[in-house]
Design a protein around this ligand. Structure first.
Ligand SMILES: Cc1cc2nc3c(=O)[nH]c(=O)nc-3n(C[C@H](O)[C@H](O)[C@H](O)COP(=O)(O)OP(=O)(O)OC[C@H]3O[C@@H](n4cnc5c(N)ncnc54)[C@H](O)[C@@H]3O)c2cc1C
Length: 373
């Protein structure tokens, strides 16, 4: 933290309080943010804060992105800006200068919303098993297949799509990343809105491709077949961002529960007078503090270019497991009110659960960590 980051945090917090918090009930009901939320976020520097300013970004570091993720978590707002940023970082890492200039400024302004489409009905953890194909036809690719679970799927204006460009190649070979701009694209269809148990304010959709033609120049990376390695290279960014959300959520859960147990009276005294309540919160606060120290070390190392994939996987796996333990304990301390959707702790419980599943399920991350032993 420095003065500049503190000022950035203040403006992000004010923006979220003013522009996002009042619309939460509406977003949850319609299962997506309003389209204006994206352009407003862009106009206030919440999108692509760690992308060089020559491409329209904020010119900051991952610390700026962490501030945005933390402030969204503290406010209990679900907004797909992390995925949006992951798409931007794929373009930065593997795009040509022309591709960067084409997509990044519009993404920074929130005019194009980014989605990353890897998962398919039969291929989630086993990403190598994807079936969506892109066949080269002159100066175009012709795409066929379907994707599921796609965050920002309704709003998506730029989709980073994992496809098989060589359908016969086994394993990770033959997978490529292609950028699809869906607007007005024949054969592209947004499918079902997936009815989730949490994260109701965020759009999660199926995407369908039926002979969709995209320019061959939309291939991301120097050659076909490098997509799997590219995705793995960028994953640390997403995993670290999820770890940031996990720690911020843990801290918020402890703070809101501490306040609640001081106010709630049972057996003639506040719940906070009971030793079990104090011990449980002491355990939660300790775990959250340990998480914060580990996370801050990871962020520093990431900014310095020294965070290895194993440690990023450890951060995502351990901190999200820890988050779910803490939030569950905090629900318990709220009693029946912790189970009511109108209480923020209940929404936190259903919203945070997915952190252990996406961006590499925690079991897959343990496999990755174990492979480093
Ligand atoms: C709300 C939400 C948003 C999402 N957003 C996106 C998105 O924007 N883009 C996208 O591409 N995907 C997205 N996903 C998909 C997500 O990444 C996958 O759900 C996740 O990778 C797990 O894949 P799966 O659901 O197919 O589970 P499976 O792969 O079927 O796994 C089921 C269980 O088996 C375990 N398992 C599988 N293989 C192994 C193994 N080798 N060893 C040990 N255990 C194993 C898993 O850990 C898991 O517990 C999203 C999912 C959700 C729920």
């Amino acid at each position: 933290m420095n003065d500049e980051l503190r000022m950035f945090r203040k403006s992000v917090r004010q923006f979220i309080e003013r522009e996002f918090v009042p619309h939460q009930a509406c977003w949850r009901q319609q299962h997506r943010p309003d389209v204006e939320a994206w352009t407003a976020a862009g106009g206030n520097g919440l999108l692509l804060p760690d992308v060089p300013d020559e491409y329209g970004g904020g010119g900051g570091t991952f610390a700026h992105q962490a501030v945005v993720v933390e402030e969204l978590a503290h406010a209990g707002v679900q907004f797909g800006s992390t995925i949006h940023n992951v798409v931007a970082h794929n373009i930065i890492a593997f795009g040509t200068d022309e591709q960067k200039r084409n997509w990044l400024p519009r993404m920074a302004r929130g005019e194009l919303v980014g989605a990353i489409a890897m998962s398919e009905p039969a291929a989630g953890s086993d990403l190598q098993g994807i079936k969506t194909t892109a066949r080269r036809d002159g100066d175009h690719y012709v795409i066929n297949g379907s994707k599921t679970f796609i965050t920002n799927g309704w709003h998506a204006g730029v989709v980073c799509l994992a496809v098989k460009t060589d359908a016969r190649a086994a394993g990770p070979r033959g997978i490529s990343l292609i950028i699809v701009e869906p607007k007005g694209l024949s054969g592209y269809r947004v499918g079902r809105s997936l009815d989730k148990v949490g994260m109701h304010g965020q759009d999660t959709y199926e995407l369908l491709f039926d002979d969709v033609h995209v320019p061959a120049s939309n291939l991301l990376g120097p050659a076909e077949g490098g997509g799997f390695a590219q995705l793995m290279e960028i994953m640390s960014y997403e995993r670290l961002a999820i770890a940031v959300a996990a720690v911020a959520t843990s801290e918020e859960a402890v703070a809101m529960t501490t306040k609640y147990v001081k106010e709630r009276i049972a057996f003639g005294k506040p719940l906070s007078d009971l030793q079990n309540t104090r011990f449980k919160l002491a355990e939660c606060k300790t775990e959250a503090r340990i998480g914060r120290v580990f996370l801050d070390d990871c962020i520093e190392r990431f900014i310095a270019g020294g965070l290895d994939d194993t440690t990023a996987s450890m951060a995502k796996y351990w901190l999200t497991d820890c988050e779910c333990r803490i939030v569950d304990e905090c629900v318990q301390l709220h009693g029946g009110y912790g189970y009511l959707a109108e209480y923020p702790i209940a929404r936190m419980w259903t919203d945070s659960r997915v952190h252990r599943i996406w961006a590499g399920a925690n079991e897959i991350l343990k496999e990755l960590i174990a492979s480093s032993l």
